[in-house]
Design a protein around this ligand. Structure first.
Ligand SMILES: N[C@@H](CCC(=O)N[C@@H](CS)C(=O)NCC(=O)O)C(=O)O
Length: 208
């Protein structure tokens, strides 16, 4: 049965899971879901298995897993790697995943969405500046975290925390942002890992 991933190359949430599978060398099938289709028009079995209607969906030995960070935790535990090696590392990864969901996974995702996909003008006015202030604070936090010279977010070993945090960060132009030096160097280190590819170059990617 193995692994089947359903995602979208326009989704940083999908990307973090696909990136972890690729870097870990986990063989899997990938199906691109066109999120421009109404939920009821998306293909089966995605429609039935994606509990919240969103990508990513990972099917592992026939069982569906949703929510990108929950999937990363599942994979870290399954692989006994990328933070899953010990309870202590797993707990530190988990903290970062919760931070990511409310911080950089929100600020970056919305800065990008508001400038690339917002045809209705919903992000005009004070909304984009609000996300930019959050993004600026997020970069200060990450820059502080990396100040001791460690290679990755926990230590010198890449973990699920890195895959999660970088999910939206390889589209700086689309979000009109730039990164402070230690954050940029950390992103470069992730991009140098065997198996890394830009979201638009991932197998099965079909950019809009
Ligand atoms: N909290 C979810 C967020 C997933 C999410 O927002 N997915 C978006 C794409 S980035 C989606 O599938 N949107 C399509 C829709 O809502 O119909 C996760 O971490 O997986």
């Amino acid at each position: 049965m193995g692994f089947q991933l359903y995602g979208s190359c326009e989704s940083g949430h999908s990307y973090k899971v696909q990136l972890m599978l690729n870097v870990a060398g986990v063989p899997h099938e990938y199906e691109e879901i066109d999120l421009r289709l109404a939920r009821e028009d998306r293909p089966e079995p995605f429609r039935s298995l994606a509990k919240y209607g969103e990508v990513p969906l990972l099917v592992h030995d026939g069982r569906p897993y949703v929510q990108s960070n929950a999937i990363l935790l599942h994979m870290a535990e399954h692989l006994n790697a990328y933070g899953g090696e010990t309870q202590e590392r797993l707990e530190r990864v988990r903290e970062w995943l919760f931070w990511e969901a409310n911080r950089v996974g929100m600020s970056m995702a919305h800065l990008r969405f508001g400038q690339k996909f917002d045809d209705e003008g919903a992000y005009s006015g004070t909304v984009l500046p609000w996300f930019r202030r959050r993004f600026d604070a997020d970069m200060i936090r990450l820059e502080e975290e990396l100040a001791d010279g460690r290679a990755f977010i926990l230590d010198d070993q890449v973990s699920a925390a890195d895959f999660s945090l970088c999910g939206y960060m390889y589209w700086p132009g689309q979000a009109s942002v730039s990164y402070p030096p230690l954050v940029q160097a950390w992103l470069n280190r992730i991009a140098a890992l065997p198996g890394w590819q830009h979201p638009y170059e991932m197998p099965g990617a079909d950019p809009w």
